[in-house]
Design a protein around this ligand. Structure first.
Ligand SMILES: Nc1ncnc2c1ncn2[C@@H]1O[C@H](COP(=O)(O)OP(=O)(O)OP(=O)(O)O)[C@@H](O)[C@H]1O
Ligand SMILES: [Mg+2]
Length: 357
């Protein structure tokens, strides 16, 4: 089992393996990378896993085979857990296997606070506050544009935006359609009602650079690779759909190569790319001292009109498909290959340790 690497996928993906319908997870790319690296893959699902062994799928000679195998020494986690039962299983797995990206979703405000502890990185953070009605009222005095977003949500859902209008009222963006013009009082009561008992944060809106009048930001993939250290794998721009305040591809955002975006914004493309690379790596070097099992992340980065780099959020289970959409085939492949290289590195490290100590 020494050269076997586990890949933990969610139930839906797991069930689709025999018919090769695995949604956004392009398992063929893991298989290709494993072949090149001389690794065997074992696809697992939390609900088919025991303490010592699991019933999963191996891939050999172009076919998947259902097998029961011991838990591999190294596992790449692609699951986001929701229930405490699933969390328990994940914890159990991490006791037998070196499970990287053990946790794939972090509370956005917690991440903000962790990074804020490092004075060198503070400049990359838009001001963020935990949502309360009073905090919103005071933020509206200090900022002319704000995002109000769930600290733990997904793909642009539940994200609101407020923007001061010349009349003194506020433009309120929420879901699709044109923004509504609301008085301060009405804006506060509306937002407070929508937030309800959910955990939200307030974040200063980054005055992001635009492309043909539409805001854009970047998805930056940073992963640990064959030497165990963080590498910048690729970056891609995402342009918001007309009239929308979020760039998520799941919300109609369009992908575009960063070079074109930077050029259109009057930035020197190579220089800006290098700056984004440096910022992303610095953030991950620091953060991974605190969150030790992280090895694969997608950073949402905004570049403001002056060219300052701001971190919007960090995604554990990076949806790598933006690279595919942008026809960046080799980058797309590398987003699958690099975690496998890292798994191989970890396996080799384990093998070098004396076995009976
Ligand atoms: N402070 C901000 N300034 C400018 N734009 C923002 C800000 N916060 C969010 N956005 C826009 O909203 C989009 C979605 O926000 P964010 O990435 O924080 O949440 P999400 O993608 O829904 O969360 P998750 O990745 O957990 O599903 C961003 O990609 C960006 O376009
Ligand atoms: Mg996001």
């Amino acid at each position: 089992m020494l050269d076997t690497v586990g890949i933990l996928v969610d139930r839906q993906t797991f069930k689709g393996i025999p018919s090769r319908r695995t949604g956004n997870e392009r398992l063929a790319l893991y298989n290709k990378a494993a072949k090149q690296l001389g690794l065997k893959l074992f696809y697992m699902s939390l609900d088919q896993m025991g303490r010592k062994s699991a019933s999963g799928f191996t891939y050999r000679k172009k076919t998947y085979k259902r097998e029961r195998l011991p838990i591999p020494a190294v596992t790449h986690n692609r699951v986001i857990t929701f229930s405490s039962k699933e969390n328990g299983k994940l914890k159990q797995l991490s006791q037998t296997s070196f499970l990287f990206n053990r946790q794939n979703r972090y509370d956005k405000y917690k991440i903000y606070k962790l990074i804020y502890q490092n004075p060198k990185l503070r400049a990359y953070l838009p001001v963020s506050l935990v949502f309360t009605e009073a905090q919103l009222q005071s933020a509206m005095k200090n900022y002319s544009s704000l995002y109000i977003k769930p600290t733990n949500s997904s793909v642009g859902d539940g994200i609101m935006k407020l923007k001061k209008h010349k009349s003194g009222k506020w433009l309120f963006y929420w879901k699709k359609g044109s923004p509504k013009l609301l008085s301060s009082k009405k804006a506060v009561s509306t937002i407070t009602r929508y937030v309800g008992k959910m955990r939200y944060m307030i974040q200063e809106a980054i005055p992001v650079a635009t492309y043909e009048g539409r805001p854009y930001d970047l998805r930056v993939t940073v992963q640990r690779g064959s030497t165990g250290s963080w590498q910048l794998i690729g970056m891609i721009g995402r342009i918001a759909a007309a009239g929308r305040h979020v760039t998520n591809v799941a919300k109609g955002g369009k992908v575009k190569k960063v070079k074109e975006l930077f050029q259109a914004s009057g930035f020197e493309p190579e220089q800006m790319e290098a700056a984004v690379r440096e910022a992303s790596l610095q953030i991950m070097w620091y953060l991974s001292e605190k969150l030790t099992h992280l090895a694969d992340v997608g950073l949402d980065i905004g570049v403001d009109r002056q060219g300052a780099i701001k971190l919007i959020e960090i995604n554990g289970r990076d949806q790598r498909y933006s690279f595919k959409k942008a026809k960046m085939k080799s980058t797309f492949y590398r987003t699958y290959e690099t975690p496998m290289k890292y798994a191989k590195y970890v396996l080799n490290q384990n093998n070098q340790k004396p076995s009976n100590s």
